[in-house]
Design a protein around this ligand. Structure first.
Ligand code: UDP
Length: 460
């Protein structure tokens, strides 16, 4: 058996994978974890990345990094409009990416390339790969559930669900239970046509790819997986959760992770702390921020709060907080700019995660059995939050615009009341499922084997 594995590894030597992450935190993390997993399977890894939000190559000495110019102006690089940025990346990166690929493919001193693994949102790369006769596999960094909704966008537009009308927010989407119109994955205040264009690019070019990899696991999204396997001609590989593979992987964090959070957590009672973080992109207005601050303060629970610089529109950091806010809490609160989130969620003192339900955060919470308070802001977060609260029933969703009293009530329901106990029970069972899928014979490990053999058979 061992000899057979060694031979497989030997044969795979000389097979190189080129990975191309979208330059946002929630996309870079899973792509670099995937690189680590595939490297452990004997592939050599080359990463092409943009100058914008570049990962730190020195954290990954086993990989080769190539940077390409994104061509962003200073004002473009500081834009907070993710749709605008995604479109721009899919236009400005075409030539530099193509040039870089041509160089890599023609370098005979290097090992041959098996395939490109691109973020699904770098949809332009399918045409480039086709033109170079290079197979392209896609990594979709979100969940399968939200992808099913993205696939349905043309239908949802045809049937008048999209663009969303305020008068219809509470109506069910009959085609996609249990979603209501308000749960559809859209973004406020962006040009809807541009948004539909990037979603269509992402879906259609994923469908045209040689396979789609997911940071999810079968037991979590079985029925969505069945739907996609029926609708998509290409193979689908849910091989997550990536961060639980027990491989040594370095941090791909773009911001410094404040370790003081761990020493502060060490001093708190088991399962008492609310960890609040809204990811790398979400932004709040000052009024929302203050309701959150007072909701947390009035809950009487200790809380660890990530306030990323730029989280509050128009503020640098904590200026909107009333003076003396933290002091009156007598050490019950710790506010930081960025956390070592995986360590925080795994800490025994953490009893709940107040999250925006980015897919990585959602999955990370499930893997540690930490129940969630869901406050989605945009896109797939809306769907993820609905699944957390209504399908898996491992969290409570705060309604849009909740004030401090509603927040306090929600925290009490989760941390103190019987309802919270039941939620904790359910998420601990889901945590076990996440663990089993990475044990011998588990679904994700089997899917990983299929992926490795699929990639090994791809011909460029
Ligand atoms: N993260 C972190 N520290 C923080 C907040 C987030 O390391 O203080 C990580 C988190 O573990 C996750 C990623 O950043 O892997 C955020 O991805 P997610 O999909 O949850 O949200 P996004 O930032 O894309 O909205």
């Amino acid at each position: 058996m061992e000899n057979q594995i060694d031979t497989q590894m030997e044969q795979r030597k000389g097979r190189r994978l080129v990975l191309f992450p979208l330059p946002f935190q929630g996309h870079i993390n899973p792509m670099l974890l995937l690189a680590t997993i595939l490297h452990s399977k004997g592939f050599s890894i080359t990463i092409i990345h943009t100058n914008f939000n570049s990962p730190n190559p020195s954290n990954f000495p086993n990989f080769t990094f190539h940077s390409i110019p994104d061509g962003f102006s200073e004002s473009e690089a500081s834009s907070k409009d993710v749709v605008f940025l995604a479109k721009l990346l899919n236009t400005k990166c075409v030539e530099p990416f193509r040039d870089c690929m041509v160089k890599l493919l023609s370098d005979v001193s290097e090992e041959p390339i098996s395939c490109l693994i691109s973020d699904a949102f770098f949809y332009f790369s399918q045409a480039v790969a086709d033109s170079l006769k290079l197979p392209r596999v896609v990594l979709r960094t979100g969940g399968l559930s939200s992808f099913v909704v993205f696939v349905a966008f043309p239908l949802l537009r045809e049937r008048g669900y999209l663009p969303i009308q305020d008068s219809q927010l509470e109506e069910p989407v009959a085609e996609l239970p249990p979603l209501k119109v308000k749960d559809l994955p859209v973004i406020d205040n962006v040009d809807p046509d541009s948004y539909y264009e990037i979603i269509a690019g992402m879906v259609n070019e994923s469908k045209a790819s040689a396979g789609i990899i997911w940071n999810s696991f079968e037991e979590l999204e079985q029925s969505e997986l069945n739907t996609l396997r029926q609708e998509f001609p290409n193979p689908i590989f849910p091989i997550g959760p990536f961060h639980k593979y027990h491989l040594t992987s370095s941090s791909s964090s773009l911001l410094a992770q404040d370790q003081s959070s761990i020493s502060w957590l060490d001093k708190q009672a088991p399962k008492s702390v609310i960890y609040a973080s809204f990811g790398s992109l979400a932004a709040l207005n000052e009024a929302q921020f203050l309701e959150i601050a007072w909701g947390l303060a009035n809950s009487n629970q200790p809380f660890l709060w990530v306030v990323r610089p730029g989280l509050v529109r128009g503020s640098e950091w904590l200026e909107p907080l009333p003076s003396g806010f933290l002091e009156t809490l007598n050490g019950r609160a710790h506010i930081i700019k960025w956390a070592p989130q995986l360590e925080v969620l795994a800490h025994p003192a953490v009893g709940a995660f107040w999250t925006h339900n980015g897919w990585n955060s959602t999955l990370e919470s499930i893997c540690e059995g930490v129940p969630m308070i869901c406050m989605p802001c945009f896109t797939d977060q809306m769907v993820n939050a609905k699944y957390v609260s209504q399908v898996w029933k491992v969290g409570l969703q705060l309604e849009n615009g909740s004030d401090r009293l509603m927040i306090e009530r929600c925290i009490r329901r989760l941390m103190v009341e019987k309802e919270g106990e039941e939620i904790r029970d359910r998420i601990s069972k889901l945590k076990d499922k996440a663990k089993f899928c990475l044990q011998q014979g588990g679904s994700s490990l089997q899917n990983l084997d299929s992926l490795v053999s699929h990639i090994s058979k791809l011909e460029s």
